[in-house]
Ligand binder design. Sequence first.
Ligand code: TYM
Length: 329
Amino acid sequence: METVVSGIRSTGNLHLGNYYGALRNFIKMQEENKCFFFIADYHSLTTHPDPKILHGNVKNVLTEYLAAGIDPDISTIYIQSDVPEVCELYLLLNMHAYMGELAKTVSFKEKARKQPENVNAGLLTYPTLMAADILMHNADKVPVGKDQEQHLEMTRKFARRFNNFYGVEYFKEPIAYNFGGELIKIPGLDGSGKMGKSEGNCIYLFDEPKVIEKKVKRALTDEGPQSPNSPKPDCIENLFTILRVVSTEEIVKHFDDKWNACEIRYGDLKKQLAEDIIAVTSPIRDRILDIQDNEAYLHKVVKEGTEKARESARKTLREVREIMGFKGF
Ligand code: TYM
């Protein structure tokens, strides 16, 4: 049985990008693998969240994990900061992570540009904290969206470097994974490349159907195809990208044919898109409403998950310390 590890930051509600890039894979993979799914609350500290809001965000992700179908009886669900072993492995891995390679990471350069007043060391070492999460359970596969690909390459590099330096075959080299093949990037509805919380262009799993209809209606479009079989501009391609994940092949083909024949009506496309998104999100929304106030259940899930995660983490750390020469007296 392979080991699967992944997490989502506690920065708010989950959106369609989180769902198709990560969460849907979690659910599909849990039957056949040993799975660890956590809430990356340490990672969310890089943007200095208000302490009062942080806890609520952790609860949101936990509730949405369960509502979307992660089964705590077969998967281990935990909050990153409940497993202090992560911090120690992070420290140990940082000794073998170099300033130059960390500073070259695309996500670091982007964040440094977006928040020049707060280019903290946590941002720089974000990939080593991620590697600690993943290597802690010696993962084989890490279900993530396209934007995390480079972080996974770095995790593999850190694992390889550790093995080479200490002359062991200890860590596996985990791969970024998507069930359907290629890693996914869900675009925004505003013509931008990526749906993201900081982009303010998200459709959330918890959005009411009416809100989703409104957001889709407002999606950026152009004046329509000018000649048969012309390439689609980015804003239209984005709508089709989302349609491809939420709809059937027949529906996608129908609108593709309409586009190619210059007969497409964006109103129809948007109506269909909204309907198919709502078919995915509304059962999840209903389950969120069902469990979000069930504190006893949420506590039980986290308590049991933390115990299982820490057991796995303690074992790794004991072995890593031994390999690195911490023998104890
Ligand atoms: P975060 O919270 O930014 O994103 C969580 C997951 O959602 C995916 N995702 C997307 N996928 C497709 N299209 C999008 N528009 C989109 N937006 C987000 C992300 O690729 C990710 O899989 N660093 C991670 C959290 C993390 C982690 C880990 C993941 C911390 N430690 C260890 C895996 C393993 C992150 O930024 O999550």
